[in-house]
Design a protein around this ligand. Structure first.
Ligand SMILES: [Zn+2]
Length: 225
């Protein structure tokens, strides 16, 4: 009798877990894959953010890439800092079924259906994105603070404006260019971050005073957990 009851309870639990999967069953550790320049594919298994991608391979002499794009087109958004071709290529973007988060200089030429409204706090899946305007050349340029699974990721883009590094929360990962890293060190302006991930570097680039930095190779996967 006791055995039968156990069996019934276990079977019941099994059915319940199939019928009513836990709310967070999709939530995986964030997987971050380096593509080239400032392009990463970041995914929680449910939503995917492509930073500064698709860009024009080899533009301005920066990194070329051969990258097979994620098969999924649902729940993918490009998060773009500015319009330079080593960060964003409109014609390559248009071919994808992705959404777009970026400056008006880029989104103005896109079909409305592909554009996620650009506000002070943008929601994409479980990610909350805060854009902060920052200087770069004469283009409209934003840095992004992304809060995802309670981890804070900050993307500097191409700016060298030290002010953007002020008043940041404690970061899980800081994505920063080698030149801005150097400048931040010189000015003692580097924010607290568990991981410093260099991007827009050249292959084999040596970044001084960056012993604990991650300087990713193309195709390298970093897990944030
Ligand atoms: Zn650039």
């Amino acid at each position: 009798m006791i055995y039968t009851l156990k069996y019934v309870v276990l079977t019941g639990l099994l059915f319940a877990s199939v019928l009513f999967p836990a709310e967070n069953s999709h939530a995986q550790a964030l997987e971050v894959e380096f593509i080239g320049n400032e392009a990463f594919r970041i995914s929680d298994g449910d939503h995917t953010i492509m930073t500064d991608f698709p860009y024009k391979s080899g533009a301005y002499g920066y990194m070329e890439y051969e990258y097979s794009l994620p098969a999924e087109t649902q729940n993918v958004a490009a998060l773009v800092t500015h319009r330079h071709e080593d960060h964003f290529a409109p014609l390559l973007f248009i071919e994808r079924g992705w959404s777009l988060i970026g400056p008006a200089e880029i989104t103005a030429m896109m079909p409305r259906s592909k554009v996620i409204p650009f506000t002070d706090r943008i929601t994409f899946g479980a990610a909350k994105i805060t854009p902060v305007k920052a200087a770069h050349a004469n283009v409209e340029h934003y840095t992004y603070l992304v809060n995802w699974q309670n981890k804070k990721l900050f993307f500097t883009g191409d700016t060298e404006q030290l002010a953007v590094l002020k008043n940041l929360p404690e970061l899980e990962a800081l994505f920063i260019t080698p030149w801005f890293y150097r400048k931040a060190i010189l000015n003692q302006a580097l924010p607290a971050a568990k991981k410093i991930i260099i991007y827009h570097h050249t292959k084999d680039e040596i970044v001084p005073k960056c012993g604990d930095c991650i300087i990713p190779l193309q195709g390298q996967i970093i897990i944030l957990e």
